[in-house]
Write a protein that binds this ligand. Structure first.
Ligand SMILES: *[C@@H]1O[C@H](CO)[C@@H](O)[C@H](O)[C@H]1NC(C)=O
Length: 290
């Protein structure tokens, strides 16, 4: 009798563990490698570059004590494998993009001399007739879209709603700063400045909404929101601007030295160790869990 029961249970157990097996580090890396390689090839952007690194970094290196890599060790049991995979792939790039939103975009918006530069972020780079996504699409909207697509329907709807709010807010900023070009001094009406700031804050709230949904959907509560503007905003955010500047500086240096070409060539065998050795890019897990 006992024997019969255990034999009957065996297939059930096997299939219960199947999703977890599928999300072991090795297979998640190889499954994502092609997508990463393609996104690196297409965009050669700072964050696709990071997202490729993020995949391997969360799997190939010893974890900090508070690292919860999720599905592989059973911490994302309620998510479809696809959702777990996209979360593990995009959580670091999205937090870096959130860092950028607070540490850089906000300052640039408050300084009209920088508006020409902001304009560039919203401009599609029409290189050789191939529409390249601009920075806002690449670093925020595309990851949001991919994440939402991979989630169960209810969560996906909420995430899409947050994504649309974010896009609307970005259009507000884009409208305000458009017409201001680099090195071209123009008189700017106070109301336009207010519009840009309003766009930033609405974008902040939409981004937070999205991150909160990631928190609750995964149950990992590891995404950090941007606090409301005020004298303690940076402190309340609790992430290091210094580390952010260092990360961006190293990544840019690496790209100027041919980093993107290297990243392309690495494709499948892309490892953070290589990035760290050749460019001194900080460990991304440590950066994420700072
Ligand atoms: C995610 O959860 C943590 C822990 O509850 C919380 O500190 C953080 O603010 C949450 N993030 C967002 C974006 O709501």
């Amino acid at each position: 009798m006992k024997l019969t029961i255990s034999i009957t249970l065996l297939p059930v157990l096997a299939s219960a563990f199947a999703p977890a097996t599928e999300m072991t580090p090795r297979s998640s890396t190889s499954l994502s490698a092609e997508t990463d390689r393609r996104s690196v090839l297409q965009n050669i952007p700072s964050l696709a570059f990071l997202s490729a690194a993020a995949v391997t970094s969360s799997t190939a290196l010893p974890q900090p004590s508070n690292a919860i890599t999720g599905a592989g060790d059973g911490n994302l049991p309620d998510l479809p494998p696809e959702a777990a995979r996209s979360y593990l792939q995009y959580r670091i790039p999205l937090q870096v993009a959130t860092d950028y939103y607070l540490f850089e975009l906000k300052d640039k918006l408050s300084n009209i001399d920088d508006w020409g530069e902001i304009n560039q972020l919203y401009r599609t780079n029409n290189n050789k007739g191939q529409g390249q996504p601009n920075k806002i699409e690449r670093d925020y909207i595309n990851p949001m879209r991919i994440l939402a697509l991979s989630m169960p329907p209810d969560e996906a709807d909420d995430m899409r709603a947050a994504q649309f709010k974010f896009e609307k807010a970005m259009q507000k900023i884009s409208k305000a700063v458009s017409g201001v070009r680099r090195d071209l001094p123009v008189e700017i009406d106070r109301s336009v400045v207010v519009q840009a700031e309003t766009g930033w804050d609405e974008g902040r709230m939409a981004l937070n909404e999205f991150l909160t949904l990631l928190n609750s959907t995964t149950g990992l509560t590891e995404m950090k929101p941007i606090p409301a503007p005020g004298p303690n905003q940076l402190k309340e955010y609790g992430r290091s601007q210094k580390r952010f500047n260092e990360l961006i500086k190293k990544t840019k240096l690496c790209q100027n030295r041919g980093g993107p070409a290297l990243a392309t060539a690495w494709g499948v065998a892309f490892t953070t160790q290589l990035l760290q050795d050749s460019c001194g890019i900080p460990d991304l897990d440590e950066y994420f869990y700072q």
